[in-house]
Write a protein that binds this ligand. Structure first.
Ligand code: ADE
Length: 234
């Protein structure tokens, strides 16, 4: 599952440049029985199978460079993965991610091995692998020099708790859909204000939760009030 992800784009380049290192381990390589069993029936009876603790503990112990490396269990019942957590992870020399599977993972992994349980969203995936790739991708972008310009990480969605402003490229007129005039003005101050306003409008419309609890500045008030009026009308 990881091969495609690791063999293309920014992640591949970051690995080649030695900026990040990804070590994938297969839990089956940490079993001791002939059948390489990683799961078993749950105590107390129920449908499905549960990951046994031994291969998970042994696998983590084999890769963890020090006790200072945090260990995260990917699971839909974890704490929500977000930008602050991604930035925090990127500051550690090493982070260990455990991909859960099947119906669950023996609770002793969450209680005694993992530093924290994390979820990438309120939906259930068939396994933690995709979630781990999402985390690796998002965290890598905060590792210095992985993304070309530091500014491109700073400027985009979620930085400063708001969504990104709209972007346009050529042609100026595509099937009658026009690029906003202000972008041709050459007035950088005006463009900056327009972008901030658009970003706020979009955030207020799509993700008002991101703005909740923040006291908006006067500049920010306008698009927010406009949005409120529009919502009332609907
Ligand atoms: N494993 C299954 N679903 C998941 C989710 N939403 N986040 C993280 N790991 C998961």
């Amino acid at each position: 599952m990881f091969e495609g992800f690791l063999s293309g784009g920014i992640i591949k380049r970051a690995i080649q440049k030695g900026l990040i290192e990804i070590n994938v381990r297969n839990l089956r390589d940490f079993t001791t029985d002939k059948h390489r069993t990683v799961d078993d029936r749950p105590y107390g009876g129920e449908e499905g199978m549960v990951f046994k603790p031994e291969p998970v503990f042994t696998a983590v112990e084999s890769v963890r460079a020090s006790d200072a490396s945090p260990v995260y269990l990917l699971s839909p019942s974890g704490r929500r993965f977000d930008v602050p957590l991604a930035e925090e992870m990127a500051r550690h020399p090493q982070v260990v991610l455990i991909c859960g599977r099947y119906e669950g993972v023996d609770e002793r992994v969450a209680e005694h091995l993992a530093t924290d349980e994390i979820s990438i969203g309120d939906y259930v995936l068939t396994g933690g692998e995709l979630a781990a790739m999402v985390v690796v991708d998002a965290v890598s972008r905060f590792v210095p020099r992985v993304v070309g310009k530091e500014a491109s990480v700073r400027h985009e969605s979620f930085f400063e708790g708001r969504l990104d402003f709209p972007q346009y490229t050529r042609p100026r007129d595509f099937r009658g859909m026009k690029v906003p005039q202000v972008l041709f003005s050459g007035d950088h101050k005006k463009i900056e204000t327009w972008r901030r306003t658009k970003a706020l409008e979009k955030t207020a419309r799509r993700r008002p939760d991101l703005l909740a609890g923040r006291v908006p500045s006067t500049e920010e008030r306008k698009p927010l009030d406009q949005n409120k009026d529009e919502r009332k009308k609907r």
